[in-house]
Ligand binder design. Structure first.
Ligand code: CU
Length: 98
């Protein structure tokens, strides 16, 4: 019984860790420009090693869903995730940082 309880604890801990890790995976950035007509957003961001960006920069991203662009404006601090979609760097997740 004791063994079962500790297994439950380990599983709960693992789950919480996964959630924390997923949130940490988001990239910090600041919106410098939103262009709904082109479905593009310009973001100033820090290094993103997994996208081969070893230094911070300001750059234009496409968005996976144009609705994202209605939730932020220039100057907003954000957390986002990006990936290469059809060879184009695309924001796949976007939320305001608090
Ligand atoms: Cu970049």
């Amino acid at each position: 019984m004791k063994k079962l309880a500790s297994l439950g604890f380990v599983l709960a801990f693992w789950g919480a860790w996964q959630v924390a890790f997923a949130q940490q995976g988001l990239i910090d950035g600041q919106v410098t420009k939103v262009d709904p007509s082109a479905s593009k957003i310009t973001i100033k961001h820090g290094p993103i090693p997994r996208l081969d960006m070893d230094i911070g920069m300001t750059m234009v991203f496409a968005v996976s869903d144009p609705k994202m662009l209605t939730t932020v404006k220039a100057g907003d601090r954000i957390k986002f995730d990006a990936d290469r979609v059809n060879g184009q760097l695309t924001v796949t997740k976007l939320q305001k940082a608090r």
